[in-house]
Design a protein around this ligand. Sequence first.
Ligand code: ADP
Length: 210
Amino acid sequence: MTGSTGGTRTFSVGLTGGIGSGKTTVADMLAARGAAIIDTDQIAHALTAPGGMAINEIRAQFGDAFLTPEGAMDRAKMRAYVFAEPAAKARLEAILHPLIRIETEKAAEAAGGAYVVFAVPLLVESGSWKQRVTRVLVVDCAEETQVRRVMSRSGLPEAQIRAIMAAQASRSDRLAAADDVIDNDGDAMALVPQVDKLHALYTSLAAANG
Ligand code: ADP
């Protein structure tokens, strides 16, 4: 078995890291080398876009007040609501998580590429994703680096960035869950040899394991 056809693959990588750590940058570099990237955030967005598969159930359980005039989930409103109401958060997750799982599996089966990488921002926080993937790849950098990069990318106030970081797994929890770590405290060039080395490892593991 070559591991190059969908449906029979067993090897996969779960790519994670805190906000601004460099997940997207690393995912793009792996994709350029031939990995198939499945982005769970993109899938969640599609499910809650107008006509998305989660919309009917969100309307049924939360009402039209949580939809935009275009028929998408009103993200800002839902975020504020579930932040204040843990039971509502659980209900929303009960709608979204099974659909995200189904859609990511479908995307993985359909994907070409040397191996599949699931990009999952909250992988360490979610026990089931850790179980699903063969290897956990963490993109790591200092918290001050995260803050600096997110501030210059998005202009979010520092306090808001730190609040998002505080709601995510800690740097040490993430490192404890990692099989592989990319150090992204350096410049972009410093990523190249690290990504090359992991890509070679994953390609050979995928070929050996299917
Ligand atoms: P994430 O997907 O984890 O939130 P990104 O890959 O989007 O992180 O990176 C956050 C920001 O920092 C982006 O604007 C990105 O271009 C920049 N960035 C990432 N890695 C580096 C690096 N090594 N040097 C300089 N800027 C970087």
